[in-house]
Design a binder for this molecule. Structure first.
Ligand code: AMP
Ligand code: MN
Ligand code: MN
Length: 324
């Protein structure tokens, strides 16, 4: 395992980078990609930034967001690849096959379930966001953080910590956030863009999804469902369901919250949150997914939402029984 200082030294050996992050990217994925991209550019390096499927509207306010291309548009040579916020290579989908063998892969991530797939791995589950790790790397490289970089990295740290409400928020998270504000990040503007600017359709969809909210008999597990046809009905893409899983998590007494979403044919994406000791990263891993102990996800091969729900609930109860 490499430290942030090791990664800083390693990065300085190369001239051109591919920086890539996970599908259905969140603020940490995009903020970290842009923050590191700008930082490496300041040292005279060339960068290509990519994410499968492109990025959601809610993050298009970030400076440089239009630089992030889909895998089919990756062009030019690069002599190293940096993969951010991804616990395994499946998370970057078609990008993985665009990395020639022999090009070193630098894995920077904070998921406990990380598969250590890199040539070099800097994996820190204690970091609230990859944005924290990128900040440390850039500091070790002595790259000055400008306003645009600060905005991107603050978005990374702010969103993955739920704007400093989640259990992953540490003194370090807050110190780094404070530094980024000193460098020009504006928390009120960022939170307004990310949390308080929704399309009418996505709010209407939320109404429909909240109608599906249910708990089990014991009131310990709650879930919501998103049917595929609703996305087209409300003119909403998958990325705009980000955050919906927080509603089942709010139900008093609930320990495990789940969101089931019909994705591509025969695939159900499951978002998972925990409010207690239940480790949802282990639950997600049982279905080849990954995440953190209190926020995780996976894709389940199932023919219906009902089948996926039954399979996941069965595993939840099995794990709850084993923990007793
Ligand atoms: P989400 O519910 O999409 O906000 O994801 C919660 C956490 O689980 C994030 O840290 C994701 O990176 C991780 N995660 C979500 N889906 C998957 C998946 N299919 N495989 C691995 N990790 C995932
Ligand atoms: Mn992420
Ligand atoms: Mn993250």
């Amino acid at each position: 395992m490499e430290s942030h200082e090791d990664i800083a030294r390693i990065l300085l050996r190369y001239r051109a980078f591919l920086i890539a992050t996970h599908v259905l990217p969140d603020g940490d994925a995009i903020g970290s990609t842009l923050g590191l991209g700008f930082g490496l550019q300041k040292t005279g390096r060339r960068v290509v930034l990519s994410c499968p499927g492109g990025l959601p509207d809610s993050l298009s306010f970030l400076p440089g967001s239009n630089r992030i291309v889909t895998p089919d548009r990756i062009s030019g040579e690069f002599d190293a690849a940096v993969i951010l916020d991804s616990s395994d290579l499946d998370r970057i989908e078609g990008i993985a096959s665009r990395i020639p063998s022999g090009v070193p892969v630098i894995n920077v991530d904070h998921h406990v379930t990380n598969k250590m797939f890199g040539t070099y791995n800097y994996v820190d589950p204690g970091a609230a966001a990859v944005g924290e790790q990128v900040y440390r790397i850039l500091t070790a490289m002595r790259v000055p953080v400008d306003r645009d970089m600060a905005t991107c990295l603050f978005t990374a740290v702010g969103t993955d910590s739920g704007f400093f409400r989640f259990s992953n928020t540490s003194p370090t998270t807050l110190r780094i956030a404070a530094r980024l504000v000193e460098k020009g990040a504006e928390p009120f503007r960022i939170s307004e863009q990310v949390y308080e600017t929704k399309t009418l359709g996505s709010l209407k969809l939320l109404g429909r999804v909240l109608d599906t909210l249910q708990t089990d008999e014991a009131g310990k597990v709650a879930w919501v469902e998103v049917r595929r046809e609703w996305l087209s009905e409300f003119g909403v893409d998958e990325g705009q369901t980000e955050g919906f899983v927080n509603y089942p998590r709010m139900v008093k007494g609930v320990e495990v919250a789940l969101l089931f979403r019909e994705s591509a044919e025969g695939k159900i994406r499951v978002g998972m949150r925990s409010r207690g000791d239940f480790d949802v990263s282990a639950l997600a891993e049982a279905f080849n997914g990954g995440g953190h102990s209190r926020a995780a996800g996976c894709s389940v091969e199932a023919t219906s939402l009902e089948d996926a729900r039954q399979a996941v609930l069965r595993k939840v109860y099995e794990m709850m029984a084993a923990a007793r």
